[in-house]
Write a protein that binds this ligand. Structure first.
Ligand SMILES: NC(=O)c1ccc[n+]([C@@H]2O[C@H](COP(=O)([O-])OP(=O)(O)OC[C@H]3O[C@@H](n4cnc5c(N)ncnc54)[C@H](OP(=O)(O)O)[C@@H]3O)[C@@H](O)[C@H]2O)c1
Length: 278
């Protein structure tokens, strides 16, 4: 009996401690500021889409073979706001279906991007969903892809006439962070801002909720945890990948007051879930 009571006691303590830790995580990391995107934007979205479409603009996507890039491409094809879409990547992608017929693909060597400047020429809008992980590519490889390739691509795009750049970064990106991942993301954001695009949109998603094909055990655990949490309401720590893609496309149609805007997880969740997106 004494043993049972002491086991119960221990279990209660462990549970209390676990809940306390979760509560602290939420208190520290939850972004309670309201999103500046509201559902009243729905009414204008259709008109904005028609106006944008009539301008016959072109865009490119970096990272269209990745999880966000794939969904972003689908979203762009469905909403049909560009007269030309170019995919820039390290390999040729195969698509089946009529909707892909007009896609242009440019295969480049990211180590020699200057030799491929022509691929970045004459696009109005650029989307970047490029990235790797430290686990997959090592520290140097991660910096190379997430900073050097992304920045060089942005530079070539700007030189080639691109006026609008949409960068998928990460929640917590901060060039002064002591965490490598957040620091590199913050550094590349700042370096691209310094290029002076007419418009720069930086998207900072939390954990991306997606059934990833590639095995990433740490990310899998985070997805399960944050997926369960988001089911009970919080939208500042994780986000379904579809909402990110939808937010990127909807935001392209808007005309912000500032040259550079940062969309936090909550903004994307709001913008990606407007009626116009359903
Ligand atoms: N995962 C998350 O929970 C999370 C959270 C916040 C932000 N983010 C950020 O969001 C962005 C997109 O994430 P994601 O999960 O959608 O990406 P992903 O599925 O990992 O796809 C990454 C893309 O980058 C390309 N790429 C990777 N290494 C490359 C290299 N060495 N050379 C050329 N291309 C390379 C891939 O091309 P291949 O198909 O040819 O490999 C792919 O198109 C990343 O910047 C990531 O850091 C992710």
């Amino acid at each position: 009996m004494t043993l049972l009571c002491s086991s119960w006691g221990k279990a209660t303590w462990i549970l209390t401690l676990a809940f306390a830790i979760i509560a602290i995580i939420f208190y520290c990391f939850d972004d309670s500021a309201p999103s500046r995107y509201t559902s009243s934007m729905d009414e204008n979205m259709e008109t904005l889409k028609e106006n944008f479409r009539s301008q016959n603009k072109s865009c490119f996507i970096l990272g269209a073979s990745g999880e966000t890039g794939k969904v972003l491409l689908q979203e762009l094809l469905e909403r049909n706001i560009f007269s030309k879409i170019t995919l820039i990547g390290r390999r040729q992608l195969t698509f089946e279906g009529k909707e892909y017929e007009n896609l242009v693909q440019e295969v480049v060597d990211f180590e020699k991007l200057d030799d491929f400047a022509a691929a970045f020429k004459d696009h109005d809008v650029g989307y970047c969903c490029l990235g790797t992980t430290r686990a997959k590519s090592g520290v140097d490889g991660f910096i190379r892809v997430d900073h050097d390739y992304v920045l060089k691509s942005a530079e070539l795009a700007k030189a080639g006439g691109c006026t609008q750049f949409h960068l998928e970064s990460s929640r917590g990106a901060d060039k002064k962070s002591s965490f490598l991942y957040l620091k590199v993301k913050g550094q590349v954001e700042a370096a691209i801002e310094a290029l002076g695009f007419d418009r720069l949109a930086i998207y900072r998603p939390g954990v991306l909720l997606v059934d990833r094909k590639e095995s990433r055990p740490g990310e899998w655990l985070a997805r399960k945890f944050f997926g369960a949490i988001s089911a009970v309401g919080s939208s500042s720590l994780s986000i379904p990948i579809q909402a990110v893609a939808k937010a990127m496309v909807s935001n392209t149609l808007l005309q912000p007051e500032q040259k550079t805007e940062i969309l936090e997880n909550k903004d994307m969740a709001k913008l990606g879930n407007t009626k116009a997106n359903q």
